[in-house]
Design a protein around this ligand. Sequence first.
Ligand code: UD1
Ligand code: UDP
Length: 350
Amino acid sequence: MKILTVLGARPQFIKAAPVSRELRKRHTELIVHTGQHYDKNMSDIFFDELEIPKPDFHLGVGSGNHGKQTGEMLTKIEEIILQETPDYLLVYGDTNSTLAGALAASKLHIPVIHIEAGLRSFNKHMPEEINRIMTDHVSDMLFCPTNTAVENLQNENIRERVFNVGDVMYDAVEFNRKLAEEKSTVLSDNGLTSKDYHLITVHRAENTDDSDKMRNILNAFSKIDTVKVWPIHPRTKKVIEDQGFDLESVPNLHVIEPVGYLDMLTLEQNSRKIITDSGGVQKEAYFMEVPCVTLREQTEWVETLEGGANVLVGTDLEKIVNAVEKQVTPNYLSVFGDGQASVKICEMIR
Ligand code: UD1
Ligand code: UDP
């Protein structure tokens, strides 16, 4: 089978690592990198570190408004599909690169495989929610990470070729956890001691693009004494610079450049709590059994809320501070599969 995989953003590189490894045992895979993420530490670092095969096509689309960015991808992916005539086109998650790949293929009657299908926040103000809904509705094989995702699709009358295989991000964590322990020096490099710091990530447009929300978040961080380490997403860095927010005045805050995956796993595993608005990081907190405080009003990963492992606080200053400082003893369940999602996906494609 000839499969054309479309990737573009950081979490997609991480998801592709275990899947590509399996896919290539049985199928021919060509990778298209849209160029949505392009900084070395948002893209190349993951290809190198996780040994993801080098892209066969690089579209160099870069940043831009949704329409321009998605439209440019659509045009260029269409050309590649016409040239390569793949049997399937494969996309991950919910970014603009996902939507562009899925749309281009479905219009040309190339069956679409969607990995991480069926997620819903039920908030259509999120660009990701639009991307997910559209992609799921034009997909031909839908690989869901959880039962909730399967149910979400059933509720939208998508019932055929829907499979709960578990979460490929769990596969990635299981594969790399030990490697991270052996290789990463991120704690000593940054003078951090295990369980003596909180890890922060913030990048959701709904937070970064609202200066009141960002101000609340930063004010909350100022009220938390514990050391905080924050590998900052370029989107957030830009907003903070443009808005003139003063990070220097936040005590015990170490802002660092985005880190590679092995360093990130190490930072997560050793943190006391994780404060984030990232989808992937919420799940990794759960996999590593580190309590999570989520700077959003909804989550697609509702399983993480049960048992108190993750708590939604939005951007309310008091809620953030209280949740971070509260002692919790969460209960963790095995709801994201068995670390073999990629193997199952490749079997089913076959
Ligand atoms: C995108 C996805 C989001 C995902 C996130 C993962 C969409 C609509 N959003 O959001 O779902 O959670 O990736 O990280 O697809 N930038 C750089 N260098 C880069 C990449 C981005 O400087 O390598 C800056 C640019 O100023 C750019 C901004 O970040 O305008 C936003 O990048 P973009 O890819 O549009 O969205 P993300 O916020 O990264
Ligand atoms: N990640 C990373 N380095 C960082 C921040 C995140 O390797 O500095 C990884 C993280 O471990 C997870 C993925 O990136 O696997 C999550 O991506 P992101 O938060 O950008 O997007 P989302 O999951 O919210 O779509």
